[in-house]
Design a protein around this ligand. Sequence first.
Ligand code: HEC
Length: 282
Amino acid sequence: MKKFAVLMLIMFTAVLAACSASDTVEEVTAVSENLPVAESAVTAVPRRGMGMGNGMGPGSGMMARHMATVPAEYAGLTNPIPADEESLARGAETYANLCATCHGDGGMGDGPAGASLDPAPAPIAHTSQMLGDDYLFWRISEGGAMEPFNSAMIAWKGSLDEEARWDVINYVRALGSGQVTPGQRMGGAMFDPAAEAEKQAEMLAAAVDRGVITQAEADVFTAVHTELDAVMAGQRGQMRGGMADMQAEMLAELVADGRITQAQADQFNDIHDRLLEAGLMQ
Ligand code: HEC
């Protein structure tokens, strides 16, 4: 466990460095490559937000929010409540009563009370697929009235007991994975992986148009991204950490498994950074 904590720390530091100064990226990649891969510690952690749904686009500040460090009080917590039918039913009720008004029935951040909020409600059906239990539990408990969030997200720890908070996390994740059908009270879109893929394709086309990347690079990006999604889907539910970005770790795993080459992983990182720099992706 200790080893895992150290690994997370290294990854997190590496990612922070990568985000604050692009000229250190190569150095950071080198560090990541030397990390011991796999062991039992490989865990899926969020990619740097690649979706571009509501509240996720350039300028939304979503990336900065996801980089926030989970406070010690919450760090490492995992959901003790199995996502069984009872838990999902309890979560659905809480969600419909307290969350859908801002986050929308489908959890895509488009509820009626959220329309005028800045920052906008997060598309939690989507982001919860990529964020750790501890991050989600922290955010639902403490809300957004603090740095770096400064948002209207409500602190629920006074009104929802711990079980209720875990139930709603189970429900929101189930919304995003299509395991449950959204309610019909507030309106709003459903998380739709096909629509997300289409948005990504549009973003890449724009990047090619603007000369940020070549068509061949767009193809590599899509191929590697598909593999990353598969890894994440397989590890859902074992995620820990806020936005300690283990993208490098997952890429290393894919290389080790022979699903992509090291060259493709390097290229993916390079393309990813250029898309970020060009403001095409957060
Ligand atoms: C008054 C509107 C409002 C209500 C009601 C609300 N939220 Fe939020 N929520 C927000 C806003 C705005 C954000 C985005 C800014 C932020 O991260 O603080 C957010 C962010 C979040 C996040 C962080 C997601 C991420 O991607 O970082 C989670 C988790 C969350 N809300 C869960 C809930 C749950 C569960 C409920 C119901 C128990 C709920 N919210 C009710 C406005 C609301």
